[in-house]
Design a protein around this ligand. Sequence first.
Ligand SMILES: *[C@@H]1O[C@H](CO)[C@@H](O)[C@H](O)[C@H]1NC(C)=O
Ligand SMILES: *[C@@H]1O[C@H](CO)[C@@H](O)[C@H](O)[C@H]1NC(C)=O
Ligand SMILES: *[C@@H]1O[C@H](CO)[C@@H](O)[C@H](O)[C@H]1NC(C)=O
Length: 544
Amino acid sequence: MERESSTPASSWLGIDEAAPFAGKKATKDAAAADAFVRRWPKVVNATLVAFIMTMPPLLILLGGGRPGAPAVWIKSTVASLAARGEPKKDVLLGGLLLPGFDEQSCVSRYQSVYYRKNMTRPPSPHLLRRLRQQEALQRRCGPGTEPYRRASERLRSGQNAGDDFVATVDGCGYLVLISYRGLGNRILAITSAFLYAMLTGRVLLLDPGKTMADLFCEPFQATSWMLPGDFPLEHFRDLGEDAPESYGNVAVNRSGSVAGLRFVYAHLDHAATPANRLLYCDDHRQFLHRVQWVILRTDSYIAPGIFLNPAYKEELDMMFPNKDAVFYLLSRYLLHPTNDVWGMVTRFYHSYLKNADERLGVQIRVFDGDEPFQHILDQILECTSQEHLLPGVVVSGHGGGVAPPPIARSKAVLTTGLNSWYHDSIRDMGPPAEPRAAPALLPEHPRHEGPRRDIVTSGWSTFGYVGAGLGGLTPYIMIKPENHTVPNPPCVRAMSMEPCDHGPPYFECTKKEIDKIIDTGNLVPHVRSCEDVPWGRKLADPIS
Ligand SMILES: *[C@@H]1O[C@H](CO)[C@@H](O)[C@H](O)[C@H]1NC(C)=O
Ligand SMILES: *[C@@H]1O[C@H](CO)[C@@H](O)[C@H](O)[C@H]1NC(C)=O
Ligand SMILES: *[C@@H]1O[C@H](CO)[C@@H](O)[C@H](O)[C@H]1NC(C)=O
């Protein structure tokens, strides 16, 4: 689980609050990055450009909202993309995204493709069809429409509660997501709740919280996925899992009767009771289809549990032929940083990451406390050494014959975490910084393969899951240490880039025996035990 910090981004990124994202500023940042150029000890022919960031990237996102910045920045970036003569890329991601959005209002939507690794998993035709249907549903039933007004009125008044609404009223059902905890948790909740909304034909509406609208653009055209300000959210935020409307109570104590209920409350917190986890097995024909409003509260990535439900198997197989790309595709569809956030991301990229031959991200999440721990540092170093990630040498290999000419490779290392001691320690292991001329010594060499990218994340970290999933990278996961000692092995290569669900169901949907715990990591080939959380479940493509 992650938590948020309120430290302003400017205190660690060195951002001048008033400065626009203009070229002048980027040059200054580049100079700052040069100061970190190092030759790593014991590494022949390798130069390490260690940019190291001390605070979670979360703060980049939360630092948005500076007035005046985006407009200037947008112009300079669009111009520079064109000037660089980048090969034209498929900005619509194989049909995942639609043309026709106002580009300037959300620049990242059509621009992020130029910053990311090429898509490795194209969306299936069926997924595209379902997305188009969902978009139409969101428009037809979303905030501001007559059906939405009527539905809100019914929610408020309780009139016709528990009627068979789908067949009779407007055909609009709603899934309201109350998300909480850190940004990582909220991103996992949103992407997986969207999958559930698609499967059950409901409009997804988000609790905007304090920051959601500042962080992400609207994913849908001509409607909004944010609950309007007049929605009585306060009545729902405090619901507990024992509420009369809770799914567990309705399923167990009311035998599925929703008579008199204005909504059903789906409590899928990672520590939810077994009765509430029965929702994972609901096939929506049981009783949920008679409820117009479902209020979902989760801090988790609920997709793996949904994939265990036989009712959705056929549909999910068609939507996702690659089971390891569910978060990857849905996040690329849904999550587009707002201009303020994107300005920070790209300026950061151009300053520190763009020219590196190799990039390594290290997400450090310590669950024992914020003070520095030697065993955590040791674990990072043992992991990166075991996997040859740091210092990222390219001197070995290449088979027999003539040794390849020495190539200087630069490496950008981005560490994120709540304590800067880890990054300071890693950086200080190198000799003093190279003189300013160092970057000029880096030879140009072909970039058509793109830089090598790797990511190492602390186990249990939802922020780490999100980082790997958004990047389309299969992470090296550092197993959570016990007794302050480095585990052996210090890290393992994950089976997929999918996030882990920390609160999956433990029963078989066909039996629904909630008191009988079974191993749901063996029921279907594509839902398995997580590397870091043994009782967690994650999606992966079956080993063939
Ligand atoms: C990425 O895609 C572009 C075209 O969209 C292509 O020119 C480029 O070679 C691709 N890069 C890699 C590493 O496959
Ligand atoms: C069922 O009702 C009992 C008695 O009111 C309550 O203690 C229990 O928590 C309810 N079960 C669920 C799953 O909500
Ligand atoms: C941790 O230490 C305690 C007490 O010394 C011991 O009982 C336990 O087995 C240790 N756990 C591991 C995983 O080493």
